[in-house]
Design a protein around this ligand. Structure first.
Ligand SMILES: Cc1ncc(COP(=O)(O)O)c(C=O)c1O
Length: 422
């Protein structure tokens, strides 16, 4: 069956969408703007705006320091427990704290110290570069006793599980990957890779920043050791919102954060001078949590839990299949490539399209056509589909505008230099 490329078909799909009502939960003040960057920074939930106002005016403004005993102190655990539901983890295995980068660093150092006789760390070249920098920094801190093995992708899109498995051996201390690759959207086989890493005697650390909120995760079922991720992409927690860290229950006593702060101290208000790690996930905190940012995350999580990850995943797959269908009909013939896996089972919720002029096309889309995707070096135009608010008609319209930019060469007026942030 060939795909219907008319706008009416997109409207029909929206009409049949059982999650459509969630779109009105978000601030959308420019109905013409097509926002396809929810995989980088999610839209603002109206409930979060309200919650923030209350947190600022009532809790901070009126209650002042009393707020700590009125819900602030336990907020990282409460938010962590909601995130745990999205991770398929136990509620006492997750805490909200710090940034993804900082949490990743804490877990890497802890994991390497827990495998003192081993010296190999495995990652790959599809990983988010910050994770690789953090690995390099951790190795430096630990006296350069380890070496980093970066598995290379043959096509820049995916890495077969067997290729990763082949790199693991009895010297491997840690395997760490980003579950949904930030450029191609490739999704790794979490169960198989975790099992292989553990069979080799290594710990497995997943960065789920590009997966959480877009697809169901099964950390407990996959027996994942460690995970980190951020809350400002599909979780819609707001710019720079606190991240989360997850440690499997049976590892919690064994692993120690390298940052010994008072929020990770057992009985912190005893003010003893000797550090003693708190029980459970509290030890992964360092200093005072960002209460205002955390307050905004909580209602955003409630929305996702209400929508349900199975339904969100089903819509995300339908939308990415629809987008790829339109690409095939309308964009492939004019030189646009698909830089994401064709098989939906190996794809997260963003689709990367390739074009030699992707940087300038991105600019024209944003500045002249009111479409916001993003650009990832060297030639990727990333289109993020956030099923909780993206509509089918937006996808249709985005493809039409993209086609117009290319066919009419509207990008030619822009320089090829990269702006500071893409
Ligand atoms: C996969 C992945 N890991 C880590 C990070 C870094 O997160 P942060 O800057 O919040 O520490 C990002 C940021 O986009 C990311 O996409």
């Amino acid at each position: 069956m060939t795909l219907r490329i008319d706008r009416d078909y997109a409207l029909e799909l929206d009409h049949a969408d059982e999650l459509a009502r969630f779109r009105s939960e978000f601030v959308i003040d420019d109905p013409d703007l097509i926002y396809l960057d929810g995989n980088s920074l999610g839209r603002l939930p109206k409930r979060s705006a309200e919650r923030l106002r209350e947190a600022v005016e009532h809790e901070w403004g009126s209650r002042l320091i009393r707020g700590w005993n009125e819900g602030w102190f336990t907020l990282p655990q409460r938010v962590g427990a909601k995130i745990a539901q999205l991770l398929g983890a136990r509620t006492d295995e997750v805490i909200a704290a710090d940034s993804t980068s900082v949490n990743f660093f804490k877990l890497v150092v802890a994991a390497l110290r827990a495998r003192p006789t081993r010296s190999k760390i495995i990652t790959d070249d599809l990983n988010f570069p910050s994770d690789v920098y953090l690995l390099q920094g951790a190795l430096e801190l630990l006296g350069n006793r380890h070496h980093l093995h970066v598995v290379r992708s043959a096509d820049g899109l995916a890495i077969p599980t067997d290729q990763l498995r082949a790199a693991m051996d009895d010297d491997t201390a840690l395997v760490t990957l980003t579950h949904t690759a930030f450029k191609s959207g490739y999704v790794y086989d979490m169960a198989a890779i975790t099992e292989a890493a553990q069979r080799a005697g290594a710990l497995m650390l997943w960065d789920v920043s590009h997966s959480i909120g877009a697809l169901p995760l099964e950390l407990s079922k996959c027996k994942v050791d460690l995970a980190v991720g951020c809350t400002y992409k599909y979780l819609n927690g707001g710019p720079g919102a606190p991240a989360f860290v997850s440690v499997r229950k049976d590892l919690q006593d064994e692993l120690l954060s390298p940052i010994w702060g008072w929020f990770g101290q057992r009985g912190q208000f005893d003010f003893q001078l000797q550090y003693q790690p708190a029980q459970g996930m509290a030890r992964w905190q360092a200093g005072t949590p960002n209460i205002l940012s955390l307050a905004a995350v909580e209602p955003a999580l409630d929305l996702l839990l209400e929508a349900g990850l199975d339904r969100l995943r089903a819509k995300s797959v339908a939308q990415s299949e629809y987008l790829i269908g339109l690409w095939e009909e309308l964009l492939k013939p004019i030189g646009v490539t698909l830089n994401s896996p064709r098989d939906y089972r190996q794809r997260g919720s963003h689709v990367s399209l390739g074009h030699v002029e992707a940087l300038r096309i991105d600019r024209a889309l944003i500045e002249d056509l009111n479409v916001i995707p993003d650009f990832r070096y060297p030639d990727n135009l990333r289109l993020g589909l956030a099923p909780i608010y993206t509509s089918f008609v937006e996808i249709h319209e985005a493809v039409m505008r993209l086609r117009r930019v290319i066919v009419n060469r509207l990008y030619e007026k822009y320089p090829s230099e990269r702006p500071e942030v893409t």
